[in-house]
Design a protein around this ligand. Structure first.
Ligand code: 5GP
Ligand code: MN
Length: 326
């Protein structure tokens, strides 16, 4: 699958005036970071730009947004180009599909191994830690091409946040030399790292901690897989929104002799969303997620099984056994 160059994208931004930024379902730090960062860039370039998310934004990422995010039903545009960020699959874009059908061009910026280059322009770099890092590379290309500064403090803050969340604070193997160069450059441009760290990672509402306690109570070890369950009942009891549960799967992963952490989330009675995280390359989680029509990366992937949470867990592990994975 062929990629466009960063310069192709830069020239497209310069030559076009109307953009619609779309996000994936359950937006995370990399998604909100890259999309808000690019939103601020386009505003700075005097473009017309709208950001649509039909889902909800995690509470700890709200600080990145100082503009109004619209719902699909409120968008009234005739001519526009769509920019999809951090979305490995066109089906995961979280907006009314009519908006996608009526676009001029679809631009696909991403770093997922499972991305099938669904855009008219594709900048997909699987070797990059985050979509924020891909966006940063594009903005650097713009700065070189135009010989002017573009990345200011606010844009840098958004990109730094996605870099942190997707690398697990520079802990995961997707962290490369370039990730540190990017971080250093963003710091030089004025990012206040302590505000980001405090807001995103060190300000858990107490309900999230008691929710984690309930979830950890369901811990189940199956060879080197550790699984945990999150029910709607637990969310209600602890007064936590589904959107604020990112990162909880890591508790299952971060156990001695465990390679894969699995979190089964009861989204609706018969819709179970599964998050997979690994700390080694023993299993390819993207391939495992694909068995259930999901996707992602080698060490972080997800999928959905349309069954109740207990049946979904059985179906999941039965399928792994059937495929001699476990
Ligand atoms: P999470 O567990 O945080 O929902 O997702 C982990 C990773 O897998 C993310 O990079 C996400 O984009 C990807 N992912 C999660 N669910 C799906 C899915 O249903 N389909 C695809 N293609 N990717 C998914
Ligand atoms: Mn990402």
């Amino acid at each position: 699958m062929s990629n466009n160059t960063h310069l192709d994208f830069v020239k497209f931004l310069i030559d076009n005036d109307n953009f619609l930024i779309v996000s994936h379902e359950s937006p995370d730090g990399d998604n909100i970071g890259s999309s808000s960062g690019l939103y601020y860039v386009l505003k700075k370039l005097d473009k017309e730009v709208i950001h649509v998310i039909d889902d909800e934004i995690p509470q700890n990422l709200n600080f990145l947004i100082d503009y109004k995010i619209l719902k699909s039903k409120d968008v009234d545009l005739k001519e526009y180009n769509i920019i999809s960020l951090d979305c490995g699959d066109i089906k995961r874009i979280n907006c009314d599909f009519k908006l996608i059908e009526n676009k001029n061009k679809l631009l696909n910026i991403d770093h997922h191994a499972s991305n099938n280059h669904f855009g008219d322009l594709n900048i997909v770099h699987v070797d990059k830690s985050s979509t924020c890092e891909v966006v940063y590379d594009i903005l650097k290309e713009y700065e070189n091409f135009k010989n002017e500064k573009l990345i200011d403090k606010k844009i840098a803050r958004s990109l730094y946040t996605g870099l942190l969340t997707d690398t697990g604070n520079f802990m995961y193997s997707n962290t490369k030399q370039e990730s540190f160069y990017m971080a250093g450059d963003l710091l030089k441009r004025g990012v206040d790292t302590s505000i980001i760290i405090n807001t995103v990672f060190l300000s858990n509402p107490i309900g999230r901690i008691t929710l984690i306690k309930d979830i950890i109570g369901t811990l189940d070890i199956n060879k080197d897989f550790a699984s945990i369950l999150m029910t709607k009942n637990m969310l209600e009891k602890n007064n936590v929104d589904y959107k604020d549960t990112d990162g909880i799967v890591n508790y299952a992963r971060d156990i001695e002799n465990i390679n894969v952490g699995v979190l089964f989330k009861e989204k609706e009675k018969n819709i179970t969303k599964i998050s997979l995280r690994s700390k080694s390359d023993k299993y390819n989680l993207n391939e495992i997620a694909k068995l259930f029509s999901g996707g992602g990366h080698v060490r972080a992937a997800g999928c959905t099984i349309n069954e109740n949470i207990n049946d979904a867990k059985k179906i999941f592990f039965d399928k792994l056994k059937e495929n001699k994975i476990i």
